[in-house]
Design a protein. Structure first.
Length: 393
């Protein structure tokens, strides 16, 4: 299903929209409650601009976009990056004749009137989300995974032991889960609808921590091999305060992570998670508010940059702006006082396979949200799911 929304401009491509009603200033042919993703917009010399929205669907429900050739001379002026897009046109526009064209990946800038069909036809969609207690938010997490059509989700702060994890909800949606947790703190997990092999529950030589007594190697890292890609779910220590021993623990932890990244630099590897570091000044709403605080200190930023120096790439930054975390306190969310601290870092060979990435900001709103939102990356990889997807001609 598709629709047009008149009078709406500057909605980011990839943005999810829900229409509660057909507003007078945004006339639409969508039914109330329609939920879809912005895939482009069009302009017309005599009418308001129109936003093109395709309904969110499962992989067996390809997304169809409104045929703008019905409204000549509407002209597409923006397009989205897709795993695959098919451009079909059989209309004459002035004296020009346009032919059928195909593009397998990337961004296509429209320069003619076309009909566009978007399809999920191959590839692997991976995501990271600090869910801040999976037992509290299991319905919300699984619902989002189905709507966003995610193949693999790396979760942080599950806050439970493996035997307490709500596997049933994930399994009912077609996902296998591997979880790593020691108590009601920390914890990581990976949910995948693709087979997972060689599951590892911590980084090699991962350091431990304890306020008193013997250090404990916390449940902050796990990985699995999925379709030939090593995916890590990471929950980097917070650091607490600049003069707290936890900060040195954080730096030591990141040093071990860097050693692993150096060892696997030539492989297909992604490190997904909550890094508890804002590497750039623009990754926080106001640097003055963080004076004398962790997350923006030079040692932490140096440790993050040391990861990038191994060849890892902050791939989501190439495609999406914005924050990934808003504290529950002081009304940070409505004031958009956030931080960008959740990342997907990919090795060079895997970076070459990235076709799109996004930050799903809407998940910070609504009932009982996590204080983090998902970050999503699309990879141009054939998977075992591709054989079950429909072909469109």
């Amino acid at each position: 299903m598709h629709c047009r929304i008149e009078g709406r401009q500057h909605e980011p491509v990839g943005e999810l929209l829900t229409l509660a009603d057909n507003r007078a200033d945004a006339r639409s042919d969508c039914p109330p409650g329609f939920r879809g993703r912005v895939v482009g917009d069009v302009e017309h010399p005599e009418h308001p601009p129109r936003l093109l929205v395709a309904q969110q669907g499962q992989r067996d429900l390809p997304l169809h976009v409104h045929d703008v050739t019905d409204d000549l001379p509407y002209r597409p002026i923006r397009a989205a990056g897709l795993q695959r897009e098919v451009l079909l046109s059989t209309v004459d526009f002035g004296t020009e004749q346009f032919e059928r064209r195909e593009q397998t990946s990337g961004i296509h800038a429209f320069d003619s009137v076309t009909r566009r069909l978007e399809e999920y036809a191959g590839g692997m969609r991976i995501a990271s989300w600090n869910v801040n207690s999976i037992r509290t938010r299991v319905s919300r997490v699984v619902d989002w995974m189905e709507r966003a059509d995610v193949d693999v989700l790396c979760m942080q702060e599950i806050k439970c032991k493996p035997e307490q994890f709500p596997y049933e909800r994930f399994e009912a949606a077609g996902y296998e889960v591997q979880a790593h947790g020691l108590n009601q703190w920390n914890g990581v997990a990976i949910a995948s609808r693709l087979p997972m092999t060689d599951v590892r529950l911590q980084l090699p030589e991962q350091p431990g921590y304890a306020n008193t007594g013997d250090p404990v190697v916390e449940a902050r890292a796990m990985s699995a091999d999925i379709e030939g890609v090593r995916l890590w779910s990471l929950y980097v220590p917070n650091g607490r305060d600049l003069d707290h021993p936890h900060l040195q623990y954080k730096i030591d932890w990141l040093r071990v992570l860097r050693a692993e990244a150096e060892k696997t630099a030539g492989d297909l590897v992604a490190y997904l998670g909550d890094f508890n570091i804002a590497p750039l000044d623009g990754d926080v709403w106001d640097m003055a508010a963080f004076e004398g605080s962790t997350h923006v200190s030079q040692p932490e930023r140096d440790a993050f940059n040391a990861l990038l120096a191994t060849g890892l790439h902050d791939v989501v930054r190439d495609y999406a702006e914005g924050y990934t975390y808003w504290d529950y306190k002081a009304g940070r969310w409505p004031k958009n006082e956030g931080m960008r601290i959740d990342f997907v870092l990919t090795t060079e060979s895997l970076t070459d396979l990235v076709t799109d990435a996004s930050i799903h900001r809407d998940e910070r709103a609504g009932d009982a949200p996590s204080d983090h939102v998902p970050v999503v990356v699309d990879l141009d990889l054939e998977t075992g799911l591709d054989d079950d997807r429909p072909m469109i001609f």
